[in-house]
Design a protein around this ligand. Sequence first.
Ligand code: BTN
Length: 255
Amino acid sequence: MKHSKIIKPVNAAYTIYKFDSLGSTNTFLKKECVNLQNFSVVWTEEQAEGKGRFSRKWNSAVGKDLTFSVLLPLAKLQQSNWPNVTQIAALAIAEILEEYELHASIKWPNDVLVNQKKICGILCETVERDKKYYAILGIGLNVNSTREMLSQIDIPATSLFNESNITIPRDELLIKLLDKIMLFFNELAQNGFASFRKKIKQRLAYLNEEKAVVDGEKRYTGQILDINPDGTLLFKCNDGTEISLHSGELSFGLL
Ligand code: BTN
């Protein structure tokens, strides 16, 4: 592996492998997971083929933002908690953003928003290697992107710098994020999803608002009522039926 630097914070369960340039940190970890220890983190300055959900591209400003992936051993979790990894990561990121005096909401299940604009996207992929299952938790966080850079993104987007006018040291921020993600992952492993449910609901974007939601081939209009105990989304359709939405192919659209 041609990484440029290794960062191993004292007492941390994780090791960060820093690269100058990679295609995609998720794709790289998928290939290399058998050669790496659990909780390895791959961070790159430049990502030429960054991937988002629904086969979209993830573009981030070289040397300005954070693009990284974490290798999480799913054997530590009940299988019913596997889909919750994305949600606890979104909560971890939102809570760390508060330390920078930004109030973040969670656009269930994968995005973190500040002032209704996307600041972070999460792509969590499950892989099996030699009968072991891993979550590859990929995170793209806009840190020091300027307004000009953000305006090139095709949806309303923001960055920590854009919101606060302060240039943020990314290595410090990355360690804060990873510490929180590890803490939440261990909590999920030990006690399940229950303690996260209320905290995620408090930050849920679009709660009780009229919305259209696309779930694979289906489209519903109605309102988000709650997060269910298993982390799925309780949605009340305008015809009065209540449905639980799973994260797979979900996106919120125009009414
Ligand atoms: C989304 O908003 O659709 C998810 C975007 C996820 C982007 C991150 S950047 C690090 C990791 N590597 C990738 O190729 N994608 C994720």
